[in-house]
Design a protein around this ligand. Structure first.
Ligand SMILES: Cc1cc2nc3c(=O)[nH]c(=O)nc-3n(C[C@H](O)[C@H](O)[C@H](O)COP(=O)(O)OP(=O)(O)OC[C@H]3O[C@@H](n4cnc5c(N)ncnc54)[C@H](O)[C@@H]3O)c2cc1C
Length: 430
């Protein structure tokens, strides 16, 4: 994958896509294959050059794209969860592999090659800056091209497009520039790739701690020959890198992290406020659509956003092609209305929102210890194993709510804590 293609001669595109990651590249591939003149702008110097994700793929992803085997590193079928301050461990395993650690750089570069193979152009080192709609209805899009030489200023480049696609992540500049909805609630995450750590190659290890990882957890996961040591939690309530430094002893029951060598550090934001409402506009201000994280399409509890990004990208491209090439005026409305049904995205995001609500109300390690002991019980183990390891997203439905509610109702201590929190929230609003 080259770092950049030549700037095109003709400056009018059907679509300009901002962001060459899961949402943008899946959109670009289908859009170009459907005959749209497609350009992708990516601020990083090469596609996949800066990895901001752990890269865990649910097996459901393979229903959407055929990921070549060479980009799948570790296959995982066991989860081990503990809360700080207790030795109780909830462990879940399944005979079938459920998660895969992806080589994210390789996978994104392969996706870019697929899109280019269909005719899309990709320009790297191109930071989207601004877009306005002209009197002829076309969008004028400005990006800043990275300076060719150190010490020289970035160059502003103007192009034109019939539609702008914001696939530029949780803090979308396109959403801001086009005055569309923006993510407000986020988790902050940091991850170190480390050497010198011995762990099972098919197991994820998670520790919940209300201070070091408020609302989420610290994790240790196999990553090819290395390990990924990461943390996420509610933004502004903790410092991710400080938490990681403090969390070195948390996995002492499974391995020794005292000698680990940090090879790479990464981090980013995870939108957890749910699906955004106003993600599309076609009026005097502009014609633009948000996808993936930029549209709030991310699992609010697990932070799993690759699957929604891929689905929204591919489906939106079909609708945009219908609208721009066939003049089907209702195609975008149909896309926005039917997206939740695609790949059971709606129920998946709803279940994740519900778990996020519960996690946000477990504010002490005592709450988390109670949660882990429920998960370690035979009934809890059955529910969590079914949810996380055995049920494909396509199979998720409201039965999960009933099953999970039944589990919580059997454990009034935890139910009481969540209930009290909800009551306090209502009382504050009143
Ligand atoms: C620490 C961490 C761990 C995660 N782990 C997982 C996981 O294991 N599994 C999972 O499913 N999800 C995970 N997620 C979430 C997942 O990474 C995202 O949901 C997913 O990457 C969203 O894809 P996207 O294409 O919408 O946006 P992104 O992957 O965020 O891509 C946005 C792209 O836009 C580019 N861009 C941004 N601004 C501009 C601009 N102004 N101009 C040009 N380009 C721009 C960026 O450089 C980037 O390439 C994790 C997130 C974090 C932060």
């Amino acid at each position: 994958m080259s770092s950049a293609t030549n700037t095109p001669q003709r400056d009018l595109y059907d679509v300009i896509v901002v962001g060459a990651s899961f949402a943008g590249l899946s959109f670009a591939s289908v859009a170009a294959a459907r005959g749209l003149r497609t350009l992708v702008l990516e601020r990083d110097p090469i596609v996949g050059g800066v990895v901001r994700t752990t890269g865990i793929l649910f097996s459901d992803v393979f229903d959407i794209i055929e990921v070549p085997q060479r980009y799948l590193m570790n296959a995982v079928r066991r989860l081990r969860i503990r809360a700080s301050g207790t030795e109780t461990v909830a462990e879940f395993d399944s005979a079938a592999y459920r998660f895969y650690m992806a080589d994210v750089t390789g996978l994104l570069q392969w996706m870019a090659e697929q899109a280019q193979g269909h005719g899309a152009e990709v320009i790297c080192g191109a930071m989207f800056h601004e877009a306005t709609r002209e009197s002829d209805g076309v969008m004028r899009v400005t990006y800043l091209a990275s300076a060719a030489e150190a010490g020289t200023a970035a160059r502003a480049v103007e192009l034109r497009a019939r539609m702008l696609i914001g696939a530029d992540g949780a803090r979308s500049r396109v959403a801001q520039a086009l005055d569309l909805d923006r993510n407000e609630r986020m988790l902050a995450g940091a991850e170190w790739l480390v050497e010198g750590v011995e762990i099972e190659r098919d197991t994820f290890y998670l520790v919940m701690d209300a201070q070091l990882a408020p609302g989420y957890c610290v994790w240790l996961a196999p990553h090819a020959e290395m390990a990924a040591f990461g943390v996420a939690g509610r933004q502004r309530e903790f410092k991710p890198n400080e938490s990681l430094r403090a969390a070195r002893t948390m996995f002492s029951d499974v391995t020794d992290l005292s000698q680990m060598r940090v090879v790479e550090r990464k981090g980013g934001n995870i939108p957890v406020g749910g699906r955004l409402k106003r993600v599309y506009r076609d009026d005097a201000r502009g014609r633009a659509l948000l996808l993936g994280d930029a549209a709030g399409l991310c699992g609010a509890a697990t932070g799993g956003g690759i699957y929604p990004a891929l689905i929204s990208g591919r489906l939106a491209a079909q609708a945009v092609a219908q609208e721009l090439l066939n003049g089907a005026p209702s195609a975008m409305k149909v896309y926005l209305r039917t997206l939740p049904q695609a790949g059971r995205l709606g129920p998946y995001l709803q279940i994740e929102d519900w778990i996020r609500f519960a996690l946000d109300h477990m504010t002490s390690n005592a709450d988390l210890q109670a949660l882990v002991s429920i998960m370690a019980s035979p009934e809890g183990n059955r529910v969590v194993r079914a949810a996380l390891l055995e049920t494909p997203i396509m199979g998720m439905d409201k039965a999960f709510f009933g099953m999970a509610r039944g589990m919580f109702l059997q454990h009034p201590r935890l139910y009481g804590s969540a209930f009290r929190a909800a009551w306090q929230r209502l009382a504050l609003r009143a």
